[in-house]
Design a protein around this ligand. Structure first.
Ligand SMILES: Cc1cc2nc3c(=O)[nH]c(=O)nc-3n(C[C@H](O)[C@H](O)[C@H](O)COP(=O)(O)O)c2cc1C
Length: 317
C-alpha cells in the first residue's frame, strides 16, 4: 500500500473525521496463555464475508490485551446494548480488573461470555494481519446469539442510540389521530421530543465550530464551575478516551484547567471557556422559551422537575 499523502493532516484531524462515521460498540473477549480472561471495548468490528461467515476487528498493538488476541485461537465479539455504556467504559480502561465484578461465564473454548448483550459472535481466529499500529483480526463465526435488544451506537465521540430520522412536517400532520401503539409509550415521546429539539440546536452548535460532545463538556463547565471527570462523563455520555481528548484540547486552548481533587481528576471552566458557549446557552434558552410558549398546560419548571424525577427513578430501577 502506498505511503504517500497529498495533504497533511494531524492524527487529531484523522480521528475527528473518522468520528463522523457512527458505529456500534462491542466488547471482544478471549483468554490468555495463563487462562486469564481478557477483554476490551472495540468499535472497529465489521462484517467481511457471508460464505464463509467472517468478521473482523482491529486491536491497537499497544493494548495490554493485544498479545492475547494476536495468538488466541478463539474469541467472542459481544455487541453491546443501549443500557451497557458503563460496561463499555469499564472494558475501555487499559489494564483494569475488568472481570473482577462483571458477571460472566466461560464457554467450551475457555472464552469469557458476558451477559445481557444485544448479540454475540463466537469466533475461531481465521487470520491476523498487520495494519500499521493495529492488528486486524479476522474471525470465522462458529455460533451466534441474538437477544433482539437495541444496539448501542458510538459516533462523534459520544454514545448514542439509533433512531429514525426526524419525521417531516407533512408526515407529522398525516400522523395526527393515529392510534399506533407507540403513541401510548412514554419512551417514544421522550425520545421524539429530544430529537426534534436537538436536531436544529445541534446544527447551530456545529456552525460555531464545536462538536456536540465539546458543547456538552463546555456547557457543564459554564460559569467557571468545577466538575469531577466521573461526573462529567455521566453528564455528557462520553467515553473516557474522548473525554480526555476533549479536555486536554480545551486546556491547551485555555478553555479549562485540570486538577486533582481528593484523588480524582477535575476540570474547571475558565472565563474564555465561559465566553465560548455564552451565545449557545442563550440560544438554548431561546429555543426552550419558544417551545414552552406554545404549551400552556405545564410550566417549564414543572416539566423539568418531572423529567428529573424520571431520570432518578430510571437510575434506581
Ligand atoms: C467506544 C470505544 C471503542 C473502541 N474501539 C477500539 C478498537 O476498535 N480497537 C482498539 O484497539 N481500541 C479500541 N478502544 C480503546 C480500547 O478499549 C482501550 O484502549 C482499552 O483500554 C484497551 O484495554 P487493554 O489495554 O487493557 O487491552 C475503544 C474504546 C472505546 C471507548
Amino acid at each position: 500500500m502506498s505511503q504517500s499523502t497529498t495533504e497533511k493532516f494531524t492524527s487529531r484531524d484523522f480521528r475527528d473525521a473518522l468520528s463522523s462515521f457512527a458505529t456500534g460498540v462491542t466488547i471482544v473477549t478471549t483468554r490468555d496463555a495463563q487462562n486469564t480472561p481478557v477483554g476490551m471495548t472495540a468499535s472497529s468490528f465489521n462484517s467481511v464475508s457471508t460464505e464463509p461467515p467472517l468478521i473482523l476487528w482491529s486491536v491497537t498493538k499497544t493494548a495490554k490485551s493485544a498479545p492475547a488476541f494476536k495468538t488466541a485461537e478463539h474469541f467472542a465479539v459481544h455487541v453491546l446494548a443501549t443500557d451497557q455504556t458503563e460496561l463499555s467504559n469499564k472494558f475501555a480502561k487499559s489494564g483494569a480488573d475488568k472481570f473482577g465484578d462483571t458477571s460472566f461465564s466461560v464457554d467450551a473454548n475457555g472464552v469469557p461470555i458476558l451477559e445481557n448483550t444485544a448479540a454475540r459472535f463466537d469466533c475461531k481466529t481465521w487470520e491476523v494481519y498487520e495494519g500499521g499500529d493495529h492488528w486486524i483480526i479476522v474471525g470465522e463465526v462458529r455460533a451466534i446469539e441474538s437477544a433482539k435488544k437495541e444496539g448501542l451506537v458510538f459516533g462523534g465521540g459520544t454514545y448514542a442510540v439509533a433512531s429514525p430520522l426526524t419525521a417531516s412536517k407533512s408526515a407529522e400532520t398525516r400522523e395526527t389521530g393515529s392510534s399506533e401503539i407507540i403513541d401510548d409509550l412514554l419512551f417514544y415521546h421522550l425520545s421524539r421530543a429530544y430529537h426534534q429539539m436537538a436536531h436544529q440546536f445541534h446544527d447551530e452548535v456545529r456552525s460555531k465550530g464545536l462538536t456536540v460532545a465539546e458543547w456538552r463538556v463546555s456547557a457543564c463547565l459554564y460559569a467557571q464551575s468545577t466538575c469531577r471527570f466521573t461526573e462529567l462523563a455521566a453528564r455528557t455520555f462520553l467515553d473516557p478516551q474522548s473525554m480526555e481528548d476533549i479536555l486536554s484540547s480545551m486546556e491547551e486552548q485555555g478553555l479549562c484547567t485540570l486538577s486533582q481533587t481528593d484523588g480524582e481528576r477535575s476540570a474547571t471552566g475558565t472565563l474564555k471557556g465561559h465566553e465560548r458557549v455564552t451565545s449557545l446557552i442563550e440560544l438554548a434558552k431561546g429555543y426552550e422559551k419558544d417551545i414552552m410558549n406554545d404549551i400552556d398546560d405545564v410550566s417549564p419548571q414543572a416539566l423539568k422537575s418531572t423529567l428529573k424525577k424520571i431520570t432518578t427513578s430510571a437510575l434506581n430501577s
